[in-house]
Design a binder for this molecule. Structure first.
Ligand code: BEZ
Length: 211
């Protein structure tokens, strides 16, 4: 059965461009982004890994460990990483799993046989420090992912993990958030002293509480 939100992310040991690792040991108590690519030496993947490397400070600020995967071997990864560093003007500083036997890809449902029998699609998982899966997306090989959107979701997940709020459509860090239905309207002033506005009894906004 495929993984769903709230499931525990399976642990694994794998060969990577940075040596063998145990996934849970690599994550430690941090958040994690695990994402797959169809193959090494492909154009869209090259830009995706470059973009991820260029955002490494943004991931670090949010205490997120990043790890990529493709089903190609480590020696191929090493040469490709050199190309990514050269062409994208970055230093890829996160591991790239060499999932040659597709064990991780199978465990995470990264192979969608009706898209490709052999290659992983562009799957991405955000995993919280308690190892629960918080986001799953699958993009086709022909469409590169939007890594600003990944950071935006991480901001939302980290905020909503700590406050009784949710983030509305297109929300960005610093904008007003919605108060969750579990909070009674009469309890809002005590919980959200920065103020609130009631649009409908079920649609209540408050300034981002941790700003
Ligand atoms: C790419 O990463 O550029 C790619 C991979 C497979 C199919 C199409 C594009």
């Amino acid at each position: 059965m495929s993984l769903r939100l709230g499931d525990i992310a399976p642990n694994f040991k794998a060969k990577t461009s940075q040596g063998e690792l145990d996934f849970y040991e690599y994550i430690g108590d941090s958040w994690a982004v695990l994402f797959s690519h169809p193959a090494d030496y492909t154009p869209v993947c090259t830009t995706e890994l470059g973009r991820t490397a260029s955002l490494s400070e943004e991931f670090a600020k949010r205490d997120v460990k990043v790890i990529a995967l493709s089903v190609d071997p480590v020696d191929k990864h090493q040469g490709w990483i050199n190309d990514i560093n050269e062409t994208q003007n970055v230093e890829v500083n996160f591991p790239l799993i060499a999932d040659e036997n597709k064990e991780v890809a199978e465990a995470y449902g990264m192979i969608h046989p009706n898209a490709s029998e052999t290659a992983t699609v562009r799957s991405l998982f955000i995993i919280s420090p308690d190892k629960k899966i918080k986001l799953i997306i699958s993009y086709p090989a022909s469409t590169g992912r939007n890594f600003q959107e990944i950071l935006r979701v991480i901001d939302s997940l980290q905020l909503t993990a700590n406050y009784s709020v949710a983030t509305p459509a297109d929300w960005k860090e610093g904008e007003d958030v919605v108060v969750t239905p579990a909070i009674k309207t009469e309890d809002i002033p005590a919980k959200f002293p920065k103020g609130h506005r009631i649009v409908k009894p079920y649609l209540r906004f408050t300034p981002q509480p941790n700003k």
